[in-house]
Design a protein around this ligand. Structure first.
Ligand code: SAM
Length: 221
């Protein structure tokens, strides 16, 4: 892929240069056993660390839109933390490459603010799908969350350059907000992430990572 968004500050890409959408489907959708895990739920909450371009959100929105009404939650809530929000134009420029996401992208851009400051934005993207964007440092904002979470997308930049996104504070708050069985998935298999989640009561499984990546981890509380 060309035109892959990248952060110089964190020396990492926002998603795989091979194929970001295929990576999202492998790591976060399949890793959390979606859509099966939301089949019998009326309300379903996904929480993500790192909204970035919104690619993960759009893939989930597309999955929900394509699901029959009786096989999807009537209320899907996607909560995402972001400290350095990207502009509408930047998101449009970098996600327009995926034709299959065109409808979802239009829906997001219709509601995405022109300017984002450090506060929470509640975007009713379509009837039945709410996106809460918590702008600011995840380590502060996760303390404010009270919603029970059904599934976690851990998507900070790589742990070695973005350790704030992989802190014990996040792992302990994930445990506080999880139900028995709540799932998580992440592209990394870094040892301190595995140990940190395990210490908080998450069962950890190593599985094949996306593309060239040997391993990633998934699991349940
Ligand atoms: C790998 S990118 C996320 C990619 C995103 N999920 C997507 O679909 O495009 C990691 C994100 O974490 C954000 N981030 C880094 N440090 C953060 C912090 N301390 N608190 C909240 N967000 C942070 C970055 O700005 C970046 O958008």
């Amino acid at each position: 892929m060309t035109n892959v968004p990248r952060s110089d500050q964190f020396d990492d890409v926002y998603f795989s240069a091979e194929d970001g959408l295929a990576e999202t489907k492998h790591v976060f959708i399949k890793g959390n056993n979606l859509p099966d895990s939301w089949l019998d739920k009326k309300n379903f909450t996904i929480c993500e660390t790192g909204f970035g371009t919104g690619l993960n959100f759009l893939a989930v929105l597309k999955l929900w839109l394509d699901s029959p009404k009786d096989k999807r939650p009537s209320n899907l809530h996607f909560i995402s933390f972001e400290k350095y929000p990207l502009s509408k134009e930047y998101i449009k420029d970098h996600l327009s490459v995926w034709n299959e996401l065109a409808t979802s992208l239009d829906m997001l851009l219709a509601k995405y603010p022109i300017y984002l400051e450090d506060k929470n934005y509640i975007l009713d993207v379509t009837d039945g799908v709410r996106l809460t964007l918590m702008i600011g440092d995840v380590n502060n904002n996760i303390l404010l969350l009270e919603n029970a979470v059904d599934c976690w997308f851990l998507d900070g930049f790589k742990p070695s350059s973005n350790p704030d996104m992989w802190s014990d504070n996040i792992f302990s708050n994930m445990a506080r907000l999880s139900r028995k069985g709540t799932s998580f998935a992440t592209f990394t298999a870094a040892g301190f992430v595995r140990r940190g989640l395990f210490a908080q009561g998450f069962e950890i499984r190593k599985v094949k990572g996306f593309g060239q990546k040997r391993e990633m981890i998934i699991g349940n509380y």
